[in-house]
Design a binder for this molecule. Structure first.
Ligand SMILES: Cc1cc2nc3c(=O)[nH]c(=O)nc-3n(C[C@H](O)[C@H](O)[C@H](O)COP(=O)(O)OP(=O)(O)OC[C@H]3O[C@@H](n4cnc5c(N)ncnc54)[C@H](O)[C@@H]3O)c2cc1C
Length: 508
């Protein structure tokens, strides 16, 4: 199998046409079988094209044809199926780790502090309607992990053949097939919730076990080896524990920081969500395209990145076309926001995080700035989401209606962010307006603060070969919270990778 990139065709082209065109470009008979591996849209310069990457069933040698890397994994020896690893956390890292272990007969025990996704969704909905926060089951905690109430974007910067396997697993559990080829694939929060239920049923049917409302409270490492895990106050002997706790588990991080594990700082970013009318984003991104083409295009997205100084950059993150801003808090007296969309992305507003980079000197410094911002934001509106339409003076202007209504309050963001950080964000917002929207918006955007959970504040050092924590055999730091991923796709990939290592270990 070979792959050929950059097959540029009109926006109405079908996959059949793409395969034929790819074969022709590679000098192969047009009847050659193949499939579209990626389909991207190019709407620049007033024209719209689809750009395809196509996998062809050929062994022909040509500079245009590259080897297609398929994901294949088989353990060198049958794994020891008597060992039952604990997987702490049922986000993408934990769930995809479990699915892979089960493929080879290893039956994990999945520990999740929150509720199953159906009950969790009810709790989140009640919280957004004004009920009090359940600190164990919320937008960040509970079955499915942090991305359950999200746009379900599957884009990633990593290039790993496991990405395809993750997409196939999502599809096998009910996600739309188009995610296999769309360059900017997304599932949407509405569909993702059912996918999570299907994954759970699959894991249960193959002998995996779930313990909901069960929190990892402690781990015991002696002589550089994992001995026990403490779950809801009870201590259990443990040989292997995958720590896939996500980046919101502040209390679990505090517990882990007391263990003989090795930690590293990592770059972070803080900022807010910006919301524009989706129509204005479409107008800016699809400008000069005829209506007949615009009608068949999806709601437009954007991304923006700029260096304000050599050390400071401002960028957009996790853009949700036709989405809404959500209160993503998980701790009492603290507030953090995020964004989500349904599969149809049919909401009136577009949102994205606008973030400024931050390099903490220590893990404690990262955690304490995160805490400060979240507490200040909570205090300003007693739990309502602080919004502004004027970043410079906090004047009340008319403009885009925030989707997080009705739980918002007008606020002066200088009461939340340190002066320099806000100054960078103000500059970034101005540059974004000019460079991405070409100054085209007529309705002022609305900003909701703070976005504080775009990445983990720490990394638990692990051996690159075994993926076990340094000086703690049997402990597998995994996914975003452990500092090895950023987003649904890369967390799921890290789950697969971790399972492979567990399955590869020599039997005793
Ligand atoms: C609202 C929102 C929208 C997002 N949108 C996107 C998007 O569109 N695309 C994208 O790629 N990324 C998105 N993200 C980020 C994405 O969700 C994360 O990158 C991803 O979920 C990380 O996966 P994970 O498995 O490492 O951790 P998580 O998904 O965070 O899962 C960790 C799990 O561990 C559990 N847990 C934590 N501590 C304990 C404990 N002590 N004991 C037991 N269980 C515990 C938690 O309850 C949670 O279920 C979004 C995040 C949020 C909050």
């Amino acid at each position: 199998m070979k792959i050929i990139h950059n097959i540029k065709l009109p926006v109405t082209a079908t996959h059949q046409e793409a395969v034929r065109s790819a074969a022709k470009k590679a000098g192969i008979a047009p009847s050659c079988s193949g499939f579209v591996q990626k389909e991207a849209l190019d709407c620049r310069r007033g024209e719209a094209y689809k750009i395809f990457s196509v996998v062809l069933d050929t062994e022909k040698e040509s500079p245009l044809l590259k080897e297609y890397q398929e994901y294949v994994f088989t353990p060198p020896k049958p794994p020891d199926t008597k060992i039952r690893p604990y997987i702490i956390g049922t986000g993408p890292a934990g769930l995809f780790c479990a699915l892979t272990l089960l493929d080879f007969g290893v039956r994990p025990i999945l520990i999740e502090r929150g509720d199953p996704v159906e009950k969790r969704a009810e709790k989140v909905s009640m919280f957004w309607k004004g009920n009090s926060l359940d600190t164990e089951s919320n937008v960040q905690f509970g079955e499915g992990g942090a991305g359950t109430f999200s746009d379900g974007k599957l884009t990633t910067r990593i290039h790993d053949p496991r990405c395809r396997k993750v997409l196939e697993l999502f599809v096998a559990h009910g996600a739309p097939e188009e995610i296999l080829w769309k360059a900017k694939a997304h599932i949407g929060t509405d569909l993702l919730r059912q996918v999570i239920v299907n994954i759970r049923n699959d894991i249960l049917s193959r002998g995996g076990e779930f313990r909901f409302r069960t929190k990892l409270e402690n781990i015991c490492i002696q002589n550089q080896k994992l001995r026990t895990v403490t779950l809801n106050g009870e201590e259990f002997p443990a040989e292997k524990a995958v720590l896939a706790v996500g980046n919101g588990a502040t209390d679990t991080f505090s517990m882990l920081l007391r263990q003989p594990l090795v930690f590293e700082t990592k770059p972070m970013a803080f900022g807010f969500r910006q919301e524009h009318l989706q129509k204005e984003i479409d107008d800016a991104r699809y400008r000069r395209l005829p209506d007949s083409i615009r009608e068949i295009l999806p709601p437009a997205d954007y991304s923006f990145y700029t260096h304000l100084t050599p050390e400071t950059c401002v960028y957009t993150f996790c853009m949700c076309p036709g989405g809404s801003v959500v209160n993503a808090s998980s701790l009492p007296g603290r507030l953090t926001v995020n964004g989500m969309s349904r599969h149809a992305r049919d909401g009136k507003n577009a949102n994205a995080a606008l973030l400024v980079s931050y390099r903490p000197k220590t893990v404690q410094q990262a955690l304490s700035l995160q805490k400060e911002l979240e507490e200040r934001a909570f205090t300003i509106g007693n739990g309502r989401l602080p919004i502004t339409r004027d970043l410079d003076k906090a004047k009340t202007l008319t403009g885009v209606s925030p989707t997080a209504m009705p739980n918002t309050c007008e606020a002066d963001f200088s009461r939340i962010f340190p002066r320099e950080m806000l100054h960078s964000l103000q500059n970034g917002a101005r540059l974004f307006q000019k460079e991405v929207l070409h100054g085209a918006t007529t309705v002022p955007p609305v900003y909701t603060a703070p976005e504080t959970r775009s990445s983990s504040p720490l990394r638990i050092k692990r051996d690159p070969e075994t993926l076990q924590a340094v000086k703690a055999e049997g402990v597998y730091p995994c996914g975003e919270g452990a500092g090895y991923a950023g987003g649904i796709m890369s967390s799921a990939v890290d789950g697969l990778r971790t399972a492979e290592k567990i399955l590869t270990e020599p039997n005793r």
